[in-house]
Design a protein around this ligand. Structure first.
Ligand code: UD1
Ligand code: CA
Length: 463
């Protein structure tokens, strides 16, 4: 079908019940703002125009939309109802032809398939408007679809509905396809003669019918897709629903989730086969997990890559970094941005890396801070080693050559280089470069004073 498509997404409302300084449409569902989710769904249709109607906290919404360069905004101020909201899009659609799909920024679960089906029905029938509907046992609060002999008659809002109308289970999703031809001309005839004194978009349908134009409905089987978010409780329900869907797909692709109700896996995360994810794990952003990986409870991974066969023990945080294959990590490791852990390396408990590369087979097993460091292959970093990378003004690099051994509780004062195969004695403070294969000792020499304790006792009067 070559009809030009246009999307208008309403996102001007106050969202009062969220009780939030964040606009409702920026609250996250499945790890991303609701408005981003619905705009991504819309973008699959490659519309000629895509317009978001903003109003309440417009600047915050606009700032998020910079991720969608093709999407424009129009401002609705004040917000006088859904009909008034669509009126604001008239300048953006001036001189255009084709079909307009109206979406809501706070109805983020609508599927691409449902939009495609709505459009197919709309185009087949040549209707002026096609209303997307579904059935709910209890559609309280929603507009009901009133039919006569099966034909669409009108939409009645809950507050205006008679008891018989309230018993109707078919509701108005508020999502429509409209023929652009004559749309705004009809829209501009809507009045505000209703209980709320608002411009009801639903009145447009009555105007079309009076003009002898055709109204169609398209009913989808899954009312869950049409769920809106009005409160934090509804947000939590929706997030659980998205998580369940996502996790079902992840498991179908060959990943074991020990507890599918507590694994949070973002939309841009890829996980290989036979990987096991334990409870309370968060995998976020653009993250790739290999196959046969074991991720234990309480781990958080953000924008990172984890290679095949790696084991991440409990309570590790990994961000903007690459972990190669067969690494053993954790518990309680913290991998900060721009780090790269080579294959077979070990990162133990309370080890923090920042902008640090660890070569293949390197080990830092206990209590270390490695920042702005390049650590070679098979280096052994002892317990309590610290790179002193910051002089209070600048950051400096530490370079450790392949096969070096850094004794426990040593400080490496950067900029400094420890050569390949070199040894640093335990407890050293290293301020100068260590040549390849050398032993560096940088600590006070020990002195033993024979008989000192007995002598002291003799001098000290008894209590
Ligand atoms: C509307 C429909 C109702 C339908 C329901 C589905 C009307 C008159 N009623 O209800 O039949 O069952 O949606 O959810 O259309 N918005 C604006 N500007 C405004 C008003 C609303 O941008 O001036 C946006 C809101 O941010 C929200 C959406 O439009 O995303 C729906 O607004 P809401 O007030 O929830 O819809 P209702 O009018 O109650
Ligand atoms: Ca409402």
């Amino acid at each position: 079908m070559s009809t030009p498509l246009h999307f208008v997404t309403l996102a001007a409302g106050k969202g009062t019940r969220m009780k939030s300084e964040l606009p409702k449409v920026l609250h996250a569902v499945g790890g991303e703002p609701m408005i981003v989710r619905i705009l991504r769904t819309a973008s699959h249709f490659q519309p000629v125009t895509s317009t978001v109607v903003v109003g309440h906290m417009a600047d915050k919404v606009r700032a998020t939309l910079t991720a969608f360069p093709g999407v424009g905004t129009v401002v609705q101020e004040p917000q006088l109802g859904t009909g008034h909201a669509l009126m604001q899009a008239q300048p953006a659609l001036a001189g255009k032809s084709g079909t307009v799909v109206l979406l809501y920024g706070d109805v983020p679960m609508l599927s691409q398939a449902s939009i495609a089906n709505l459009l197919a029905h709309h185009h087949q029938t040549g209707a002026a408007a096609t209303v997307l509907t579904a059935h709910l046992d209890d559609p309280s609060g929603l507009g009901r679809i009133v039919r006569e002999n099966g034909r669409f008659q009108r939409i009645v809002e809950e507050r205006d509905a008679s008891p018989a109308e309230k018993a109707i289970t078919e509701f108005n999703s508020g999502i429509y396809a409209f023929a652009l031809d004559g749309l705004f001309e009809a829209l501009n005839r809507i009045g505000t003669a209703n209980d709320q004194g608002e411009y009801y978009l639903t009145d447009l349908l009555g105007i079309f019918l009076a003009d002898g134009r055709r109204i169609e409905t398209y009913t989808i089987p899954d009312a869950d897709e049409l769920r809106g978010v009005n409160s934090r409780a509804e947000l939590a329900v929706m997030n659980a629903q998205v998580r369940d869907q996502r996790n079902a797909a992840v498991m179908a692709a060959g990943v074991t989730l020990i507890d599918p109700t507590s694994a949070w896996i973002g939309p841009d995360v890829h996980i290989g086969r036979d990987t096991t994810i334990h409870p309370n794990v968060y995998l976020e952003g653009r993250t790739t997990i290999g196959s046969n990986v074991e991720i234990h409870a309480g781990v958080r991974v953000i924008n990172a890559t984890i290679g095949d066969g790696t084991i991440v023990q409990n309570y590790c945080v990994v961000r903007d970094s690459t972990i190669d294959a067969n690494v053993a990590m954790g518990p309680f490791s913290h991998i900060r941005p721009d780090s790269h852990v080579g294959p077979g390396a070990h990162i133990g408990n309370f080890v923090e890396l920042k902008k640090t590369t660890l070569g293949p087979g390197a080990k830092a097993n206990h209590l270390a801070y490695l920042g702005d460091a390049s650590v070679g292959a098979k280096v052994n970093v002892g317990a309590g080693v610290i790179t002193c990378n910051y002089d209070g003004v600048h950051k400096h690099r530490t370079v450790i050559g392949d096969g070096a051994f850094i004794g426990t509780d040593s400080q490496l004062v950067a900029p400094v280089t420890v050569g390949a195969e070199a040894y640093v004695a335990a407890g050293s403070t290293i301020t100068e470069d260590v040549p390849d294969g050398a032993l560096a000792i940088g600590r006070g020499r020990q002195e033993n004073k024979a008989g000192w304790v007995a002598k002291r006792k003799g001098k000290t009067p008894a209590k």
